[in-house]
Design a protein around this ligand. Structure first.
Ligand code: COA
Length: 335
């Protein structure tokens, strides 16, 4: 059996910076509340006319990842595209990437696991490579949140948190050694599906309802989040799934060189860091600049940490995610 490793990373965020003060001009919120509760200072939003969509941003991130992997689109054997904010209800973003990059007629799989989407997608890529079926898999997480958030005071508990952007990784067959993805660990608990959800654009509220009722009853068309409930579950599941991954590889917390948690909320990351007694240089956060970009948050953070030289060959890198579903997961990687 083969192993897989990440051979190229890339990210893209729209140029348009939206600060907390910018948000306070359109809703009743303020910089102090947002920073104290979430750590977020600013996020990026697609600007009308800048040409960006979820798939377009995914393609931009993918091009960088491919170049760094020294590959061209025709080398890729499979695309896995994770998002909760696709350009279209169907088809998904994967086929848009296939077309935009002029790829062979390779499989394009769309992953719907929200904040855990990238870890789920990475795990799928890892399995296809381990079995020998594929040599290079392109994994993308991309989100256009700003296109679907409620920017009135009613939506402030959700809308201040999320931002737009994309990250990508090329996952390749490991030809050289025992480094690469050591294991991945995935979970779900659907009984909490409503606690962080967007129910409107679905077959429950299908076209006639959108047309007839939306102007009055538009709440289901915006995301709902029970923030306190999500927070409490997130801190427990993050800890569990990191420990599960370490134990599966007979490793301990002291072996971690870099923990990259899904950028849900800086307070969640800090809670995990304190619980595991990890020093600041072993946990990477950039939610301060980008907000929570859901499926894109881990690949954006991983790319930035790598670009800053914070991840070196031989390091033990741990990715961990938790989000809507609830779903959660981890990936243990020897870089
Ligand atoms: N600006 C100002 N006030 C706001 C606000 C905003 N953007 N959003 C909510 N508030 C208000 C509420 O209306 C409430 O006011 P009230 O006390 O008068 O009713 C007050 O602030 C406290 O709201 P609450 O929701 O209890 O705050 P909180 O301390 O739980 O923080 C979150 C809210 C969302 C920041 C927090 O619950 C959280 O981060 N949860 C996890 C979210 C997450 O990680 N989601 C992604 C998962 S992948």
């Amino acid at each position: 059996m083969y192993t897989s490793k990440i051979t190229g990373l890339g990210s893209y965020v729209p140029e348009n910076v939206v600060t907390n003060d910018d948000l306070s001009k359109v809703m009743d919120t303020n910089d102090a509340w947002i920073q104290e509760r979430t750590g977020i200072k600013e996020r990026r939003h697609i600007k009308k006319g800048d040409g960006n969509t979820t798939s377009v941003m995914g393609v931009k991130a993918a091009k960088i990842a491919l170049e760094r992997a020294a590959l061209v689109p025709k080398d890729i054997d499979m695309i896995i595209f994770a998002t909760l904010s696709p350009d279209m209800y169907f088809p998904g973003g994967g086929v848009q990437v296939q077309e935009a990059l002029g790829m062979r007629t390779v499989p394009a799989l769309d992953v719907r696991n929200q904040c855990s989407g990238f870890v789920y997608a990475l795990s799928v890529a890892d399995q296809f490579i381990k079995t020998g079926m594929y040599r290079h898999v392109l994994v993308i997480g991309s989100e256009n949140h700003s296109g679907g958030l409620d920017f009135t005071t009613r939506g402030r508990g959700v809308s201040v948190i999320f931002g737009d952007g994309a990250g990508a990784a090329v996952v390749s067959r490991n030809e050289t050694g025992n480094d690469g993805i050591l294991s991945t660990h995935l979970h779900s608990e659907g009984k909490h599906k409503d606690e962080l959800s967007l129910q409107g654009p679905s077959t429950q509220y299908w076209v006639p309802e959108i047309i007839e009722k939306n102007p009055q009853e538009d709440i289901p068309y915006y995301p709902y989040m029970n923030g306190t409930f999500v927070f409490k579950h997130a801190v427990v599941r993050f800890s569990e799934v990191i420990k599960e991954g370490l134990e599966a590889n007979k490793l301990s917390v002291s072996d971690i060189d870099m923990l990259i948690p899904h950028q849900a909320n800086l307070r969640i990351s800090q809670y995990i860091q304190e619980k595991f007694k990890l020093p600041n240089d072993k946990v990477f956060n950039n939610i301060q600049k980008y907000g929570n970009t859901t499926a894109a948050s881990i690949p954006i953070a991983l790319t930035e940490a790598w670009e800053l030289g914070k991840i070196k060959k031989g390091d033990l890198v741990v990715l961990a995610a938790f989000g809507s579903g609830f779903t959660w997961g981890s990936a243990i990687i020897r870089w």
